[in-house]
Design a protein around this ligand. Sequence first.
Ligand code: CP3
Length: 350
Amino acid sequence: MLKNDTFLRALQRQPVDYTPVWLMRQAGRYLPEYCATRKVAGSFLQLCKSKELATEVTLQPLERFPLDAAILFSDILTVPDAMGLGLYFAEGEGPKFERPLRDEAAIKALAVPDMHELQYVFDAVSSIRAALDNRVPLIGFSGSPFTLACYMIEGGGSDDFRRVKTMMYDRPDLLHHILEINALTVIDYLNAQIDAGAQAVQIFDTWGGALAYGKYQEFSLAYMSKIVAGLKREKDGQRIPVILFTKGGGQWLEDLAATGCDALGLDWTVNLAEARRRVGDKVALQGNFDPNALFAKPVAIEQEVKRLLADYGNGSGHVFNLGHGISQFTNPEHVAALVEAVHRHSKAYK
Ligand code: CP3
């Protein structure tokens, strides 16, 4: 039995005593202890591949702050790596692929990888679950098919998604083929994380918001819908909630809510009260504190927390989070102030 199931209850819009909180990228470079463990591992990828070290860094933020959920320490790009694209991190440049998808033959050869290639991720999930000892639930995750395709086609990060968008307009059949393979892979990958012990899953659609109206529905949303339909939603009598997060997806909340997911992640551009009105009782909402507001003093952070809690209003169905990942330049003391303010001020709304 979980000692703290507030996060899972909020996702199912069941009564809670306070608003649960976790932070995207809560384990990361803003924590000196993370940097120390990463040094021991030798590289970020080695850190992901060692279940002992991945477990250690997953638990680090929980030792510092009373967070209501843990998130598997890994990366969305483990999936294309398992497909044979050759993931590497160039110092100070972010992720890159040795063999990006640049021609029709490579695209046609793309296949759902054997899940054994990702066994190290499932081993990390089991190891983290054991170390958590039911303290809080563990979140598993993957990238969305479209967001993964952006990295697979561009070969790394991109400002303009030139190659992906050229393919989308010139050869939509090729992009659809990649997205189909990605969706089938993500279904297997998340179901295996659930089998290994993930108690909720989140799909990160970091780049869906870069798509035009209509193209978002066709090239990102449709494949996330397919994943939602293919996931195990219950294990050992417990619901496994699914959270969809499209950064920049505020204008498509009704479409996202109609996928059958349990909750929507919101970036900071959305008003929580309005979002709640729009999705009604279909889904819970997660978000949406501006990560850059964490640079401000604790008193300003507390004001922003109070504003968001008031915007959401009374009752359950809200998981407090950032609107995107935490910056590496964040002061951990400011994170402590955020978590404390959420727990303290949210009780009045329950
Ligand atoms: O939230 C957590 O604590 C879990 C771990 C997690 C990481 N990446 C660790 C990480 C999660 C959930 C992700 C998801 C991820 N990875 C996304 C989707 C969410 C988002 O941020 O938009 C994306 C697009 C990636 C791809 C990726 N991985 C990028 C663009 C980068 C470089 C950015 C940077 O901050 O340097 C990474 C590397 C990465 N993934 C780091 C961490 C902690 C930093 C690596 C390091 O230690 O040097």
